[in-house]
Design a protein around this ligand. Structure first.
Ligand code: NDP
Ligand code: X2W
Length: 348
């Protein structure tokens, strides 16, 4: 079987390097092109010594002809880059997975408002599938373009899905309290990401509105078959490097016991390779998924009341970005879904 020839645009950012780390152990992947404008000419393994012995490649300037020789191009770039190159790539028969948000919202007026730029290829949207395999596995198989979900949206949508699919909660009042490690802000130098700013402190941000709120709301609305969803989403920055924890709250519309909800969640994700419903009475923490493509979650009905609480954890760089992108690649190229993604989380 021929390996999948891969191009990565944006190879020096955290998600680009994470793609390289994971693909180094993927038996059917061959990374042929890896771009960086600032590091063009630099050898990958010189810049990232953890990759020594795995890659005999240098970063190159983005070049359309090189990318067109690939079977698949991952964009691990800021918002707005993938949409400028995707039409030409798919016309050349290359499939695209965008780790940024260029194709994540179907309503482009909403997209343009949140991303503060004009969408340059609305005609491509009919070729796009939202790359959350637990919901869209069948459509992903044939997709030319994958909109890889955001990190918070992955943790939140997977946590709410069993409740919404079963029609058990009031969709008019959903709350998602998200917390992320600092690598979520990318590798670019910013004062807000400095150790002295972030360490020994903990804050909410984007409370008046965050661009992941419309992405999550659109995803949740698909799970309720169009019933409107009213979501409050508040992200927080925590002093750790990797990981997202999302605590989700919803009101039950039918009385359900803890045991019934535990069974519902276990049934929903029984066959999913990358979602683990924790045993009743336990709770996941971000360390349990660090470096792995797993989403682990737990469901509770505190004091037997009418509020259901779900806690959901992922590694933002893996299931929240590069790992999920490779999971999508495996599905698109009819490879075993777990291929290259069997890493066990790091402890401690
Ligand atoms: N960090 C995270 O946890 C997650 C990130 N994402 C999304 O993934 C994308 C990448 O994130 P992350 O890796 O953190 O970002 P970084 O800021 O760490 O890296 C961005 C990369 O893109 C390259 N780049 C920047 N501008 C351009 C351009 N105009 N053309 C081509 N390449 C460009 C940069 O290299 P150079 O400038 O040298 O070309 C660099 O390699 C973002 O859209 C982000 O929102 C999604 C989920 C989670
Ligand atoms: C901690 C932190 O800053 N997280 C980022 C989200 C992570 C991310 O990159 O998401 P997108 O792919 O949707 O841009 C933020 O809140 O903007």
């Amino acid at each position: 079987m021929q390996k999948v020839k891969i191009g990565i645009v944006g190879g020096t950012g955290y998600t680009g390097v994470e793609l390289l780390r994971l693909l180094a152990n993927h038996p059917q992947a061959e990374v042929c092109v890896i771009t960086s404008r600032s590091e063009a000419g630099q050898r990958v393994a010189d810049m990232f010594p953890n990759l020594r012995g795995h890659y005999d490649l240098a970063f190159s300037e983005p070049n359309m002809e090189n990318l067109k020789a690939c079977d698949l191009v991952f964009f691990a770039t800021p918002h707005g880059v993938a949409m400028s190159q995707t039409p030409e790539l798919i016309a050349a028969g290359v499939r695209v997975i965008d780790l940024a948000a260029d194709f994540r919202l179907t309503d482009l007026a909403v997209w343009e408002k949140w991303y503060d730029m004009k969408h340059t290829c609305p005609e491509v949207m009919s070729e796009v599938v939202y790359g959350l395999p637990e919901v869209f596995r069948e459509q992903i198989k044939q997709a030319k373009v994958i909109a890889n979900p955001g990190c918070y949206p992955t943790a939140v949508q997977l946590g709410f899905q069993p409740l919404l699919a079963a029609g058990l909660v009031d969709t008019g009042f959903l709350v998602a309290d998200g917390k992320s490690g600092v690598s979520g802000a990318g590798r670019g130098a910013k004062v807000g990401s400095l150790s002295a700013e972030v360490s020994e402190s903990f804050k909410a941000y984007g409370v008046s509105g965050h661009r992941h709120a419309p992405e999550i709301a659109e995803g949740l609305t698909r799970m309720t078959q169009g019933q409107p969803v009213n979501l409050t989403f508040v992200p927080h920055l925590v002093p750790m490097i990797r990981g997202i924890e999302a605590t989700l709250y919803a009101k039950l519309t039918l009385p359900k016991t803890q045991a019934e909800l535990q069974a519902l969640f276990e049934d929903c994700y029984r066959d999913e390779p990358f979602v683990d419903v924790m045993p009743a009475g336990s709770l996941p923490d971000t360390k349990m998924v660090k470096g792995s493509n797993m989403c682990r979650m737990a469901v509770y009905v505190p004091a037997g009341g009418d509020t259901v609480v779900v806690t959901s954890v992922i590694d933002n760089l893996v299931k929240g970005a590069a790992g999920q992108a490779i999971q999508n690649m495996n599905i698109m190229f009819a490879l075993p879904e777990r291929m290259g993604l069997e890493q066990v989380a790091l402890l401690p």
